[in-house]
Design a protein around this ligand. Structure first.
Ligand code: DPX
Ligand code: MG
Length: 563
């Protein structure tokens, strides 16, 4: 078979194990989509707009080795860039592919549609370079295989998005056939000497430690679930307490005896802040310190006794080891470490019992406490729970996850509206999991239309829409009239999206009894999504959000730096 540029690209994605690519059509990418469609193993999944398309690719990358989105030039790509920024911030390999002008037009002085209105079209490539780890322009077929491989390899190595633009008259031109995919996937190999030296330094640090504690951060999400299993083995081998940072909720199996809860400064699980503060050796794995994760810079504990293992380098005390990749380092370290459960036993002896939640009276107005009690009942080992930016983050930390349950959030980028399109992409990859979204009314208004794609593909996603009449998290950080929003009939929207053939359900719940019924209906409904709109008082929010909001507001409001 003779390959074309579009087929080469699609074959590479299929070789990587992708079965789907997300797309929005436009005249710069139509030929490309035709060519990509000839590769049978890669189905095209269409989205309502390019922002959502990018997020769908990002969600797919949370389940597979990579996600990909194909858009048209400028009008499409500019919208997708926001999702690309998100994938960069969240360390997810998303490949953005944009159709581009006919290669005869470059340097011709022609002014083209969908461009900025002047004849130099390189601005899009220049913009993409700022928000990806690799951005390439393909204007000649013979260069395509090499450039495509290069961009994909960079994305996988760096766990960051990459960008490829392809001239619209090049996508169907012949090129060489792709070789083994291992040339791309096997390109991240640690330096042996550094691995050994880092393991040795780590053992010495642990040897001197009485109270080690392991703290897992969000960066390990991007390293995939294989690494999550290896980290679990390390935690068990060490036998020390293991906490997860908020971004990493669910990345260590919570039923394991080593698991102690969430580490999030003042709003940590009971006893965990003290446990981390008093440790003489904190083993951070994939941790991210930002203003949110440190509660306004109040809990950034890192000193010379600590061990900092990140995806691409390791720092132990005052020594730096580059070329030591997490995926290689953890298996080298695990069999060498000695068990030290003393600190865990001390913690357990303090008996930090979880609060019991009483069942609300069935007809009483719904509260967030009752809502969360009922959501907890929905979480099984095959559940993936998406927590949208907002009060959902704070409630989400309190769920007890059975092993196998997963939580996804976007705490570094924090784009409201992310959850619906990202979950769409995720559910395309994982249709058999129990996929649940907790999303606020304000967030939902940004990307609501992508629910229609869940309907189109009969995906049984359960959307818990918290209608609290506005931007509650912002109210707690800094209030004003801008935090009020126009109300919608959110449940009623589903009928609009169903049109003549859809099977989505929209249900409203004002009290516990109504919610219980709605949850039963949603769990039984397998032909499409169910949106449950829950009415919550505007003042009812997580106490953790109030504490955190004040601290973040204080950090935002620091006086200007002098001099
Ligand atoms: C904004 C945020 O209703 O959730 O629980 O009521 O806060 P809560 P909602 O979804 O409101 C979200 C709102 C407006 N953040 O409280 S978190 C600012 C913001 C952002 N992303 C984008 N625009 C504005 N995070 C794209
Ligand atoms: Mg709200």
């Amino acid at each position: 078979m003779e390959y074309t540029v579009g087929q080469y690209l699609a074959t590479r994605l299929a070789q990587l194990g992708l079965n789907h690519v997300f797309a929005v059509a436009g005249d710069y990418n139509l030929t490309l989509l035709d060519e990509m469609a000839k590769v049978e193993d890669l189905e095209q999944v269409y989205c309502c707009n390019e922002l959502n398309c990018g997020f769908a690719g990002e969600g797919y990358a949370r389940s597979r080795v990579m996600g990909a989105a194909v858009v048209t030039f400028s009008v499409g790509a500019f919208s997708a860039f926001n999702a690309v920024g998100g994938a960069f911030a969240e360390n997810l390999p998303l490949l953005l592919v944009s159709g581009a002008p006919n290669n005869n037009d470059y340097g011709s002085g022609h002014i083209l549609h969908h461009t900025m209105g002047y004849s130099d079209y390189r601005y899009q490539l220049e913009m993409a370079k700022q928000i990806t780890c690799e951005a390439v322009s393909i204007a000649h077929a013979h260069e395509a295989p090499c450039l495509i491989d290069h961009a994909i390899r960079s994305a996988l190595r760096n766990r960051k998005p990459a960008y490829i633009e392809i001239s619209c008259n090049i996508a169907n031109q012949p090129c060489t056939e792709p070789g083994p995919i291992s040339s791309i996937t096997n390109s991240l190999i640690s330096d042996d000497e550094s691995l050994k030296a880092a393991a040795q330094a780590c053992l010495e640090a642990l040897e001197n430690a009485k109270n080690p504690v392991m703290i897992i951060g969000g960066k390990i999400r991007s390293a995939g679930c294989v690494i999550s299993k290896k980290i679990t083995q390390l935690g068990k081998q060490l036998g020390c307490p293991v906490a997860t940072m908020a971004q990493a909720k669910g990345l260590f199996p919570e039923e394991e005896p080593e698991y102690v809860g969430t580490y999030w400064g003042e709003i940590s699980s009971a006893g965990v802040e003290e446990l981390v503060r008093n440790s003489d050796c904190r083993i951070y794995i994939g941790a991210v310190f930002n203003d949110y994760s440190t509660v306004g810079w109040e809990c950034q504990l890192l000193d010379d006794h600590d061990i900092w293992i990140s995806t691409h380098h390791t720092r132990i005390g005052k020594k730096e080891f580059s070329g030591v990749y997490l995926k290689d380092f953890i298996p080298v370290l695990t069999p060498l470490v000695k068990k030290n459960s003393a600190y865990l036993e001390q913690f357990r002896a303090k008996n930090h019992a979880a609060k019991t939640v009483t069942v609300a009276e069935g007809q009483a107005p719904l509260t967030t406490v009752e809502l969360c009690r009922q959501i907890q009942g929905m979480i099984t080992g095959d559940t993936t729970l998406y927590l949208e930016t907002g009060d959902s983050w704070f409630h989400g930390m309190h769920f007890k996850l059975p092993n196998g349950a997963r939580v996804e959030s976007e705490m570094q980028w924090g784009h409201i509206g992310w959850s619906v399109p990202s979950m769409f992409g995720y559910a395309v990859s994982e249709p058999d999991r129990r996929n649940i979204i907790m999303v606020g009314d304000g967030s939902f208004q940004l990307t609501a239309q992508e629910v229609c794609q869940m309907i189109r593909r009969n995906l049984p996603v359960i959307i818990i829409l918290i209608n609290n009449a506005g931007y509650t998290i912002e109210v707690k950080i800094h209030d004003g009239p801008y935090n009020r929003i126009k109300n919608w009939d959110y449940a009623g929207l589903i009928d609009v999206f169903n049109a003549e053939d859809g099977k989505g359900l929209g249900i409203k719940a004002k009290n516990g009894a109504e919610l219980e019924k709605a949850v039963q209906t949603a769990l039984a409904h397998k032909d499409g999504p169910t949106l449950i709109e829950v009415e919550i008082d505007a003042q009812d929010c997580s106490p953790d959000l109030v504490v955190w909001g004040k601290k973040v507001a204080k950090a935002n409001g620091r006086a200007p730096r002098k001099g």
